[in-house]
Design a protein around this ligand. Structure first.
Ligand code: ADP
Ligand code: MG
Length: 140
């Protein structure tokens, strides 16, 4: 387990950027944390770390965005609006997990029952005692 502490969005971006440099095909990053905690900021930094130039935003309305112009393909999921895990099969979740690229899944805790066993979990937490922009990022 590794814990990172960040004090603004840029530091979270940078943290994810560095992690992406080590990323390998087939990895699944499960991002958990409340709304507005910085999961998308993390995804943006991660994408940039893979060399992806496209602007990355939250794919809330599409569930999945695919970016193929980086060192590895990035499959960016936001499963916030998923009501039944069957919806994940419809977007081809099984094909992307353990595929050619890296999966980043925002709100992964919502699809716990279909998550593969071997995931890298990234939990982002606030601690308001340390200020509104402080985040603890736990990677395990
Ligand atoms: P989520 O995807 O988890 O709902 P977003 O990444 O869309 O959250 O939004 C996070 C918001 O919090 C952004 O407006 C960002 O600027 C702000 N923010 C403030 N401090 C931080 C920090 N340390 N890390 C990440 N985001 C931060
Ligand atoms: Mg988001």
């Amino acid at each position: 387990m590794t814990v990172f502490e960040t004090h603004n969005a840029k530091e979270t971006f940078q943290c994810a950027f560095s992690l992406a440099k080590e990323a390998r095909a087939g990895q699944v990053y499960a991002l958990s944390g409340d709304l507005g905690v910085g999961k998308t900021v993390f995804a943006q930094g991660f994408a940039r770390g893979l060399g992806i130039e496209d602007y990355v935003n939250s794919p809330t309305f599409t569930i999945l965005q695919i970016y193929e112009d980086g060192r590895l393909p990035l499959y960016h999921f936001d499963v916030y609006r998923i009501e039944e895990v069957e919806e994940m099969e419809e977007v081809g979740f099984d094909d992307y997990v353990c595929g050619e690229g890296v999966c980043l899944i925002e709100w992964a805790e919502r699809i716990q029952e279909i998550m593969p066993e071997d995931v890298i979990s990234v939990t982002i937490l606030k601690d308001l005692d340390k200020g509104p922009d402080y985040r603890r990022i736990i990677v395990e």
